[in-house]
Design a protein around this ligand. Structure first.
Ligand code: SAM
Ligand code: SF4
Length: 316
């Protein structure tokens, strides 16, 4: 359905857990998060009911996210259920890939069409420092498994952080020559819990083009502006939530693991679906879509997101 500003809302980001096996500094606090009580979380059945309600309102694409979705014991069954929902044409997943080596093929069989993998650096020490817990090798093994499993597309996402990985832009971009993957650079977003980052860390994605003078523009793809390096198999994507907001093209709503619908990533507004019937969920979803704001406020090191949660509690 269309929201009050004429945008067709066709995309649901479904967070299946807040928990994660990593602790990326820009995403969640070192101590992790308070584990919600079991009865506060959506059950698998409630998630699938919400997806059915969403599909009946015109949602056709579902991204399964988290926290780390692959830490969820019933992740394959959730993905299979979403993929079988009438009206849902695309099921995709976002993961840090550290558990993907053993799950890539089963996820593909469960009906997941594409995978987005988060990878901010190719330096094992920097990877360990930024994720606090992770090993780069595990992620690389997961990416290789995704490439072998026959997904329609594998995209890589790097959060661009001044003083951390801006010197690695050419090396990360080279992955599009080595593998048939898109490499997307995303501006760091100032969420409530990542206050350790200062003005120097927030750099615009235009820096990517400064570092890649050979990149040739291609068409836009959703929120990403696309480029290609000569001879590359995949594309370079620039996603600019700070320097060039894309609210006018926003086609998405979000559902958190504890059942809160978020009409806008950077607003504190949340609408609970927990415990409702499919009809009840559909009605609240309809109201949430109609109440989706036209745009969120400006974001910068000084002007933080109004979201009342960190990214692991939203799903990106
Ligand atoms: N654990 C999975 C992963 O890392 O891909 C899925 C959940 S994670 C919250 C989804 C995406 O949000 C990741 O690509 C991550 O890099 C991105 N993200 C988290 N915090 C962010 C921030 N402050 N600014 C920009 N992107 C962020
Ligand atoms: Fe976990 Fe993903 Fe957040 Fe990193 S970005 S802490 S992998 S949820």
């Amino acid at each position: 359905m269309k929201d009050s500003y004429g945008r067709s809302i066709t995309y649901l980001r479904l967070s299946v857990t807040e928990l994660c096996n990593l602790r990326c500094r820009y995403c969640m606090p070192a101590e992790g998060v308070c584990k919600l009580r079991h009865d506060q979380l959506l059950t698998e059945e409630e998630m699938l009911t919400a997806v059915r309600a969403a599909a009946s309102l015109g949602i056709t694409k579902v991204r399964v996210t988290g926290g780390e979705p692959l830490t969820k014991p019933n992740i394959l069954s959730i993905c299979r259920g979403v993929a079988r929902t009438e009206g849902i044409r695309e099921v995709v997943i976002t993961t840090n890939a550290t558990l993907l080596a053993g799950l890539a093929a089963p996820l593909r069989e469960a009906g997941v069409r594409r995978v987005n993998v988060s990878l901010d650096t190719l330096d094992p020490e920097k990877y360990a420092r930024m994720t606090r817990l992770g090993r780069l090798d595990d992620a690389l093994r997961g990416i290789q498994a995704a490439l072998d499993a026959g997904f329609e597309r594998v995209k890589m996402n790097a959060v661009l952080i001044g003083g951390f990985n801006d010197g690695e832009i050419p090396a990360l971009a080279e992955l599009t020559r080595k593998w048939p993957v898109d490499m997307r650079f995303i501006e760091l977003m100032p969420m409530p819990g990542n206050q350790e980052f200062g003005p120097d860390n927030y750099i615009p994605v235009s820096r990517v083009l400064d570092a890649l003078p050979d990149a040739v523009p291609e068409r836009e793809d959703g929120v990403a502006r696309l480029y290609r390096l000569p001879g590359a198999q995949g594309r370079i994507g620039l996603i600019s939530p700070l320097s060039q907001r894309f609210c006018g093209e926003c086609n998405r709503i979000r559902l958190t693991a504890d059942g809160k619908l978020k009409p806008c990533l950077h607003s504190a507004e949340e609408i609970s679906l927990k415990g409702l019937t499919e009809d009840g969920m559909r009605e609240r979803m309809r109201l949430a879509i109609l109440g989706k704001p036209e745009c969120h406020g400006e974001l910068s090191a000084e002007r933080r997101s109004m979201a009342a949660r960190n990214m692991n509690q939203i799903g990106g």
